[in-house]
Design a protein around this ligand. Structure first.
Ligand SMILES: NC(=O)c1ccc[n+]([C@@H]2O[C@H](COP(=O)([O-])OP(=O)(O)OC[C@H]3O[C@@H](n4cnc5c(N)ncnc54)[C@H](O)[C@@H]3O)[C@@H](O)[C@H]2O)c1
Length: 286
């Protein structure tokens, strides 16, 4: 596919947990990556974590020393959004906040060539809404990577109401070049993955809130009883409690259904700045 072959430079916006992983996977697949975040230390932190991950791959003989250096060299970082002018496709991975994402999509749209595809890694926000902030809604798509990006095989590909077939095919092909399996879904609050996962995590938090069992017991029950590799509360810490709360709010508001009410304990932890692994404290201490 010609349009896919033309993609050489990939812009990644947001150098947090997900953005860093996406940059790593794209660079490892041979693409040039421009990684953008608002502060230099965030870019530096991302580069450091990518380098550490690749070093592990080097130690396990999955890549050579030459490849390790080449992959890192393919990633440049910038705090200036204009650095993305070279990008042939942009993947947005900033915080899960509708207003922030709308503003970014509008800025990217006014700045980038009209054929450039804008993909969002949002966990739950409407792709149709993000697309409406641009003059290229046919070229906007959801590209929902899973955490940790270098390890997890799935990309949930979300079609907004106006996403074109061509855009879908290009991004599906790109996902395959990344070594991932892309599964198509339509737009709806939480898509499929988080529509199922988050209410389960929220319910696990309710069981702790209502004193039915300890954090450890809830996680052990789901691991030993349901064969989950990780308990729901440990997984919540890993995802980020702020991200979990943001997704529950999207489900709650999107369906206007009280069954998606975020647990008050989840809100309290986020208010306290207990965000899970990334802040050093969530349901567990790190
Ligand atoms: N954490 C997960 O497990 C997970 C999984 C799948 C998808 N997601 C989604 O990926 C996105 C990012 O999540 P994360 O966990 O990496 O968050 P994070 O908090 O680790 O990183 C977000 C980064 O975005 C940056 N940012 C915020 N506004 C920006 C802007 N306007 N321009 C440039 N950078 C900006 C922040 O400085 C931060 O470094 C969210 O939409 C989230 O819902 C997260």
């Amino acid at each position: 596919m010609k349009e896919l072959e033309r993609i050489k430079n990939i812009g990644v916006v947001g150098a947090g947990t997900m953005g860093a992983g996406i940059a790593q996977v794209a660079a490892r697949a041979g693409f040039l990556v421009i990684l953008h975040d608002v502060r230099e230390e965030l870019n530096e932190h991302a580069k450091h974590s990518i380098s550490n991950n690749l070093r592990l791959e080097l130690e396990k003989d999955r890549i050579s020393d030459g490849e390790y250096k080449k992959i890192l060299k393919r990633i440049t970082t910038s705090t200036d959004l204009k650095a993305l002018l070279e990008a042939d496709l942009v993947i947005e991975a900033i915080s899960e906040n509708l207003a922030k994402k709308m503003e970014l999509f509008s800025n990217l749209d006014s700045m980038l060539r009209p054929e450039v595809i804008l993909a969002s890694n949002t966990s739950s926000i409407s792709i149709t809404k993000l697309a409406a902030a641009t003059a290229r809604p046919d070229r906007v798509i959801g590209m929902h990577f899973m955490n940790p990006v270098p390890i997890m095989k799935l990309i949930e590909l979300i079609r907004g109401i106006s996403t074109s077939d061509v855009t879908f095919k290009i991004v599906k092909g790109l996902s395959e070049k990344f070594g991932k399996v892309a599964i198509e879904v339509n737009d709806g609050p939480g898509f499929v993955s988080n529509r199922i996962l988050m209410p389960m995590i929220n319910e696990a938090i309710f069981t702790v809130y209502e004193n039915l069992a300890t954090v450890q017991s809830v996680d052990e029950i789901m691991k030993l009883g349901m064969r989950h590799p990780m308990g729901p509360l440990q997984l919540a810490d890993f995802i980020g409690l702020d991200v979990c709360l943001a997704i529950m709010n999207v489900l709650y508001e999107g369906f206007n259904d009280p069954k998606y009410r975020p647990c008050p304990l989840l809100k309290k932890y986020v208010d306290a700045g207990w965000l899970g692994c990334k802040s050093g404290r969530g349901f567990y201490q790190y």
